[in-house]
Each structure stands twice: as structure tokens, then as C-alpha cells.
Ligand binder design. Structure first.
Ligand code: SME
Length: 159
């Protein structure tokens, strides 16, 4: 029997957005971003690994992460990988099966799907949220909507 995918629910999305607001409010800095990735990773079971990359020149540099293991991809040139593609296109990318996406840069053997959401400030990409999932097809349009709302809040970090 095929195991069913456990995805984010609308109630959960609303609840986690509220928790992010009360935990983070208007505070800024790396420890705030670390708190945010920890909250996302622990509150949403399908978010196996959660990272924030920030733009530094023509690269994305890992700024904060939460999950079972560190990644070797701490600096990704814009344009490379799913991360670099999303940053270049300034658009959310959902990969339902990473083994079928030639752009994919592997971090963890367990990763089956990925979502990358750019963080924009004054129209420019300043960073992104990158989430790896251990299930195939772990991310839906609800994750996109939810994480784009999170990215909007995160852009205050650059205001
Ligand atoms: N898979 C990403 C690299 C970052 S790791 O997932 C943490 C990519 O293809 O860009």
C-alpha cells in the first residue's frame, strides 16, 4: 500500500503564521532567523530541513538552518541548483521529485522533494527559504501560499 503524504494543512499554516508573529515580531538579525527556521522545522512535520540563504554578491550564502544534519552547500552561485534557479527567476520553485530534476544539488540522501521561496525586498531578491522534504510530493500550492507569506514577513529583516 502506498503511504499517504502528510502535508501542511490550512489550520496549521494559520497557526504557525501566528506563532511566527508572536515569537519574532519585529526583531531582526541572524538569531531571529534561526528562531524562525527552528519553528518551521519543528511545527510542520513535512518540513524535514529548513534553511534561509541570503544573497551575497552573485552567491546565496546559508544564514540559518534547522534539521537533522548540516549541508555542504553553504554557498550556491545564483543560477545553480534549484536554489540558484529560484533566486535568478525571483519565483517560487516546487520540485515534487528531486531525482527527476537535473538542476537539483543533493544535500541529503533522504530528500525526495523541495520547495524554494525567494525573499524580496524592494523588488530585489535578498534571500530565500529552502525546504527539503523526505516524502515525494510533500509540497502543495498551500505551502507556496504559506511560505510566500512567511517570506513577506522575513523581508522586514532587510528593511
Ligand atoms: N537542493 C538545493 C541545495 C540546497 S540543499 O537542499 C540544503 C538545490 O538544488 O539548490
Amino acid at each position: 500500500m502506498k503511504a499517504s503524504v502528510v502535508r501542511l494543512s490550512r489550520e496549521q499554516a494559520k497557526e504557525v503564521l501566528g506563532r511566527l508573529d508572536s515569537a519574532i515580531g519585529s526583531s531582526k538579525g541572524r538569531s531571529t532567523r534561526e528562531q524562525a527556521v527552528r519553528l518551521l522545522n519543528s511545527a510542520v512535520p513535512s518540513y524535514t530541513w529548513v534553511g534561509i540563504y541570503v544573497v551575497e554578491g552573485s552567491d546565496l550564502v546559508l544564514d540559518a538552518w534547522a534539521g537533522p544534519a548540516a549541508t555542504e552547500h553553504t554557498r550556491i552561485p545564483i543560477g545553480q541548483g534549484v536554489c540558484g534557479f529560484a533566486a535568478k527567476a525571483a519565483k517560487t520553485e516546487i520540485v515534487s521529485d528531486v531525482s527527476k530534476d537535473p538542476r537539483y544539488l543533493q544535500c541529503f540522501l533522504s530528500t525526495k522533494s523541495e520547495i524554494v521561496v525567494p525573499i524580496l525586498s524592494q523588488g530585489a531578491v535578498v534571500g530565500e527559504i529552502d525546504i527539503d522534504g523526505d516524502q515525494l510530493d510533500a509540497f502543495s500550492s498551500l505551502d507556496r501560499e504559506f511560505l510566500e507569506a512567511v517570506a513577506k514577513k522575513a523581508s522586514a529583516q532587510w528593511a
